[in-house]
Design a protein around this ligand. Structure first.
Ligand SMILES: O=P(O)(O)OC[C@@H](O)[C@@H](O)c1c[nH]c2ccccc12
Length: 266
């Protein structure tokens, strides 16, 4: 059994529990949160989705003592385009409470980073104030993927559709995903290879599709490598969580881009 299988098993248990609970009231103030589908287009610098991640199955403890609100405010002041909050408790030590607290503190789009297998999780993410959810193609059948994609989209929640190989990329494109995340980490083996972005990005022919390179990005050189493709943004967790100079790191990562990538169009 892969780690992804284990996580999905745990999610099945959690979903049954969620179905027995009342849905918490929507906690976000009546702010209108920008859609990254629009805001990540035609920017002059690489968009950064900055993640709050206490620990992970592959890296163990990263920063167990982090204050998510302080961290999110810091990300916002340094120019993050969106905040990703890991809400999985069992494997990542996160919580929906973290997301709820971050929503109260920042006006940026917030990604609920979790393993979605049922619409009820989307309800809870929305109630906590998420504006984007993650759908991991590797973890879902085509039917489930479509059901969850439509459920979220109809409620005005954006979907980051995550892929790791050519087959998953084809499925994401056929789904009509407008925001596609290429995960450089294989969730079944934890292997990280930045060339995943280079290999898969060129499969996307629609210039309106937002492309995000996810995982394993540590330096400007890494951004330049994944940015050879026409990507619109990067998703960075561990490197930001371990940094003691987040402002300087943002300056390093936010390389200038033209038309969503360096150097040329798709
Ligand atoms: O910490 P990193 O290597 O910068 O990676 C961030 C993010 O891409 C990673 O946390 C992630 C990508 N896809 C996921 C799916 C579930 C949990 C976590 C993830």
């Amino acid at each position: 059994m892969t780690i992804l299988d284990k996580i999905i098993r745990q999610k099945e248990i959690e979903v049954e529990l969620l179905k027995k609970q009342p849905l918490p009231e929507f906690s976000g103030a009546a702010k209108s949160i920008k859609k990254i589908e629009h805001s990540f287009h035609n920017t002059q610098q690489m968009n950064v989705i900055a993640e709050i991640k206490r620990s992970s199955p592959s890296k163990g403890e990263i920063d167990m003592a982090v204050d998510p609100v302080k961290q999110a405010k810091l990300y916002e002041s340094c120019g993050a385009g969106a905040i990703s909050v890991l809400t999985d408790e069992t494997f990542f030590n996160g919580s929906m409470e973290d997301l709820r607290n971050v929503r109260k503190a920042v006006d940026l789009p917030i990604l609920c980073k979790d393993f979605m297998i049922d619409p009820i999780q989307i309800d809870h993410a929305k109630a906590a104030g998420a504006s984007i959810i993650l759908l991991i193609v590797a973890a879902l059948s085509d039917n489930k993927l479509q059901e969850l994609f439509e459920y979220a989209t109809h409620q005005g929640i954006e979907v980051l559709c995550e892929v790791h190989d050519a087959n998953e990329m084809t499925r994401a494109i056929e789904l009509g995903a407008t925001i596609i995340g290429i995960n450089n980490r294989n969730l079944k083996t934890f292997e990280v290879d930045l060339s995943a972005t280079e290999q898969l990005a060129s499969m996307v022919k629609n210039p309106d599709t937002i492309l995000i390179s996810e995982s394993g990005i540590k330096s400007r050189d890494d951004v330049i490598q994944v940015g050879k493709e026409d990507i619109n943004g990067i998703l960075v967790g561990e490197t930001l969580m371990r940094s003691n100079n987040i402002a300087a790191l943002f300056n390093e990562l936010k390389i200038p881009i033209t038309k969503g990538g360096i150097p040329n169009a798709r």
